[in-house]
Write a protein that binds this ligand. Structure first.
Ligand SMILES: Cc1cc2nc3c(=O)[nH]c(=O)nc-3n(C[C@H](O)[C@H](O)[C@H](O)COP(=O)(O)O)c2cc1C
Length: 195
């Protein structure tokens, strides 16, 4: 019992230390000069995981701007409450996968845009699982993450898990979801439209 309390206490201190510093005060975007098939029939999917709604909100803005389909990746493991929060950080740090559900097949799309919150500087278990399961099916990808200011190695992990062509990436700060999502959507629109 004492061991468990000590472990949980340690985790709380670890997570609060992570949040106490701001590493990147501004949103940042990067895109690669990849050849993208451009045409009216290009099909785009926005697939995302969200625990508290920020990544969902960004996904909806991006999907609306690009006329894309949107699909929520649901983590079957409870992430609610303080224990859910602690387990979330622990699972992300350990690189654990989880049980997920989603409804759309990424194979049916020309580009899959994936959104994840940052947990302890890492990708969420739900998005990790989605990428491992679907990397072969995704022709091209774009990634965005939402976070409080410390993106850590989240995007790097997403790139490595996918291993394919990433057309654009963005860090969106949770205090700036609407503006960040709109600017990423506009950038993606330029990359994917013929005019
Ligand atoms: C367990 C956990 C760990 C987090 N770790 C980080 C972090 O390392 N860096 C950071 O900037 N934000 C961190 N956050 C904040 C979230 O990334 C941020 O609030 C995000 O926008 C939440 O997205 P959502 O509302 O879609 O779940 C963390 C949040 C949780 C729940």
């Amino acid at each position: 019992m004492n061991g468990l309390i000590g472990f949980l206490g340690g985790l709380i201190i670890f997570q609060s230390l992570l949040f106490s510093q701001v590493e990147k005060p501004e949103d940042s975007t990067s895109s690669q000069n990849l050849v993208i098939f451009k045409g009216d029939t290009m099909k785009i999917l926005v697939a995302y995981y969200s625990r508290t709604g920020n990544t969902r909100k960004a996904s909806q803005i991006i999907a609306n701007t690009l006329n894309a389909d949107v699909d929520e990746i649901v983590d079957k493991k409870s992430r609610k409450g303080i224990l859910g929060f602690l387990r979330a950080g622990y699972d992300a740090t350990r690189g654990n996968t989880t049980e997920i559900t989603y409804t759309k097949d990424p194979e049916n799309y020309d580009i899959v845009i994936i959104g994840s919150p940052v947990w302890n500087g890492r990708v969420t278990p739900a998005v990790r699982t989605y990428l491992i399961r679907n990397k072969e099916k995704m022709k091209k990808a774009a990634f965005f993450i939402t976070c409080a200011g410390r993106p850590g190695k989240c995007l790097k992990q997403m790139r490595e898990l996918y291993g394919g062509a990433v057309i654009a990436e963005k860090v969106i700060l949770s205090k700036n979801i609407e503006e960040g999502a709109k600017s990423f959507a506009e950038e993606l629109k330029k990359l994917t439209s013929s005019h």
